[in-house]
Write a protein that binds this ligand. Structure first.
Ligand code: EPU
Length: 432
């Protein structure tokens, strides 16, 4: 398949209204949780994304029928429980697919799921997932790159899920899904509090699970015998919403964002406030009318409710046009800085020491050919392109397609000049 790239012509102020899609990071574990259901599930607000397609393919190989109706809802139904193997070819392309492990184990007593391996964000371990499932009584071995998990019956337990970098979002999801069908009570301590974890808990509860405390660091789960299919709508994507606000800000624009849950973005809005960016909030609508350049800020990424690592790259792009020197530290993924070198190619002034970057804001960015190497880095480069002089060619946009529904269409509707074209530049082997 030919690769595609975006050509962004900078210098156009964004103006207008745009609607946020459903949350990718809520939709993926919720889709995995449909493995637990006896009947059919009907899911709304599931974004049209490459990652959703990959998970749908994995679910299909695991005997789940997955269909999208003309209105965009996804219907799922488990039609066969024969195959419990999630293969390397699919899992290695998307880490989130590892969260089929908990549901398969709980429902079928057996799972063989490929270890996802590292990715552009670094060496992303799964030790917390395995620790939690072992505590529930699973027997787990690693065989030829696969996690092989077995359990006749899972039993509730007290599980501490804190790791070196804090809590784990998908680790909490995996263990919570398994515990929902375990015998007895489970308490997850140091659970991830992200809204996506709470959304998964709400979906499981809609299916009949007994869960309290999701959204806090302690989750209580009382196992039930069976979970039924249900109808559910996924929360809006807080990362997409904030990325669109940052796109408006970097172009000095005036934009209204609809279908946003502002309470999920308090840490981000607090940084906006420090940077002198004024927002209007009204229920599920947020407006931005950017005046001047953002003022210098310090950003440290933290688990929720702190500033999300997923917004570190787009915020850095914004601050490269700011006043003064802003400081960014990513404590969750210390290597999530591949956008730095690309932003520098566009004229951004960034000094890096380990996982900290000092961004010396400037008035100008210049269009350049750049390469996205992960989803949020790709979005950051598009944002920089919107504010740069001339044309920016953002390559490898398949990363962006993983997680932003119709990104260029939404930006274009706000007046951005951006088009998707076939990338005819030959792919070169990596430079060493
Ligand atoms: N970690 C461990 N052991 C584990 C699991 C995680 O040490 O067993 C560490 C990680 O290496 C990292 C930290 O814990 O330093 C947090 O990782 P977490 O497990 O929370 O990440 P994740 O669940 O794999 C989700 C999102 C990511 C997002 C992170 C952090 C999904 C599908 N993915 O990943 O989203 O960056 O939480 O908030 O929910 C993205 O959307 O671009 C993206 C990468």
């Amino acid at each position: 398949m030919a690769l595609e790239k975006f050509i962004v012509v900078g210098g156009h102020r964004l103006k207008g209204e745009v609607t946020v899609s459903g949350s990718k990071n809520a939709a993926l574990p919720i889709l995995a949780a449909t493995l637990l259901a006896e009947g059919s599930c009907s899911l709304g607000n599931i974004p049209r994304l490459r990652d959703v397609d990959v998970l749908a393919r994995i679910l299909q190989t695991l005997g789940v029928s997955v269909e999208r109706d003309p209105l965009g809802r996804i219907a799922t139904k488990v039609t066969s429980e024969e195959n419990s193997v999630a293969p390397y070819e699919l899992v290695s392309t998307m880490r989130a697919s590892f969260c089929v492990l908990g549901p398969l184990l709980a429902k079928r007593g057996f799972a063989r799921v490929s270890l996802p391996g590292g990715c552009a964000l670094g060496d992303r371990p799964v030790d917390l997932h395995l620790k939690g499932l072992r505590a529930l009584g699973a027997e787990i071995t690693i065989e030829h790159g696969y996690v092989v998990a077995r359990a006749k019956k899972l039993r509730g337990a007290n599980i501490y899920l804190g790791g070196q970098s804090g809590s784990s979002v998908l680790g909490t999801a995996n263990v919570m899904m398994a515990a929902a069908l375990a015998e007895g009570q489970t308490v997850i301590e140091h659970a991830a509090c992200e809204p996506e974890v709470e959304d998964l808990a709400n979906f499981l509860k809609e299916m009949g699970a007994s869960i309290e405390g999701a959204g806090s660091h302690r989750i209580h789960i009382r196992g039930v015998r069976r979970l039924e299919g249900c109808t559910y709508d996924v929360i809006p994507d807080r990362i997409e919403a904030a990325t669109l606000l940052m796109a408006a800000a970097i172009t000095g624009g005036e934009v209204t964002i609809r279908n946003i849950e502002p309470t999920h973005l308090e840490a981000v809005f607090d940084k906006f406030r420090e940077a002198g960016i004024v927002l209007g909030r009204n229920c599920r609508v947020v407006t931005i009318a950017m005046q001047g350049r953002p003022k210098e800020i310090e950003v440290s990424t933290l688990p929720y409710p702190g500033f999300p690592t997923d917004l570190q790259a787009p915020m850095m792009a914004l601050m490269s046009k700011g006043e003064g020197a802003s400081v960014f530290t990513d404590g969750i993924y210390p290597d999530r800085l591949s956008h730095v070198a690309e932003l520098k190619r566009m004229g951004a002034r960034i000094l890096r020491v380990n996982n900290t970057c000092v961004v010396i804001g400037g008035e100008k960015l210049q269009g350049a050919p750049v390469m996205s190497s992960d989803l949020r880095a790709g979005a950051a480069l598009v944002l920089a392109g919107l504010a740069a002089e001339g044309e920016t060619h953002v390559r490898r946009i398949y990363h962006i397609d993983r997680g932003y529904e119709n990104f260029e269409g939404k930006l274009r509707s706000l007046g951005a000049v951006i088009k998707r074209v076939e990338d005819e530049t030959p792919e070169k082997p990596p430079t060493v």
